[in-house]
Design a protein around this ligand. Sequence first.
Ligand code: ZN
Ligand code: ZN
Length: 408
Amino acid sequence: MKEEQKIFLIILDGLGDRPIDSFTGQTPLEAARTPVLNLLAEKGTLGLIDVEGVGVRPGSDTSYLSLLGYDPKEYYFGRGPFEALGAGINMNPGDVAFRVNFATLDKKGKVADRRAGRIEKCNELAKALEKIKSEVKFSIKATREHRGALVFKGKGISPNITTNDSKNTGVKPLEIKPTDETPEAKNTASIANDFLSQANKLLDKHPENKKRQKNKLQPANYLLLRGAGSYHPLPSIKERYGLTSATIAGDSLYKGIAIATGMDVVEVRGATGAGDTNLLAKTLTAKNTLLTHDFVVLHIKGTDDFGHDGDAMGKKAFIERVDAALTELANIDNTIIALTGDHSTPCALKNHSGDAVPLLINGRGVRVDSIQKFGERDAAKGGMGRIRGLDLMPELLNLAGRAKMYGT
Ligand code: ZN
Ligand code: ZN
């Protein structure tokens, strides 16, 4: 049998897009100058992925699980637990986790800003909340900018409660309510409402917020809780595929999914999970990590952010920066390289869409097709055809010479 190859999966979040008038009908990826991706495409094969099925608009959490071969119908238990793991909070089965926005409540108790004036970090504010007196043990941590995670720990709690985030400003936050009749859900709703009112009082008088107000900045004096979920361990990548694995990502969601699936998380200085991330450092780290691991996932978030901002020029320029940082891949050998998106985030929609995402696969043994460059319409003509998200890992294992025989 031929030697097994390593697998390097690069995910550009929200990569797929739609035609842009100012790019004469090209997408940001098609309009971008991408000599490295084009070379990989020329010597590889392209295709399209319907990550969650044709026309389904995926969230980043469910789509990422699917690309790793974990069917979200079986393994998705809400975004909160993944965010919490990625924030560095230890979780036990049954703990209930939320993703948190530090937000601004005005004097009338209405939400003035859902992101607290795009505050840069909330670490000190999160620390101050450790003083909250709650009937459950809890852990709260800030991640990047206004974001963070909160976990209620122990027994007698439930994720079956509503959010306090109406996603609107100028209105009071919603009261959290149970979504079923269980005492656990009622209990958790009341614990959460009490936690939020204590948090508001503590944050309001925090010196950092006093300083922000003095400088005419929005204070981060309130928490919006979303994505409630109860944590259950997932079978690991090692158990499922027999691969040692690692993830390189700036954003806490992807670190959390890595931890939940038993992958090593390799930290990179300057990996911010945003458009200003240190792409070259991430690529070089990924390349080094391939020396010690069978399967490495490199997640890059910036493409999605530019899509959400409707900034086609920014998305195109960011893809060009990614391409330049991938120059290092030209001389990787014994590795199946796959590059794709977790979903499309068309600039015209400023949100995720159900459009299929382009896929590029390169490496020894790949049936090279006739396509010479990487873009959505090129991908539609590629040799891989059109697959679903859950098909990606089996295909990569097959190409890497690591698929188990079905039958004898
Ligand atoms: Zn995404
Ligand atoms: Zn997104």
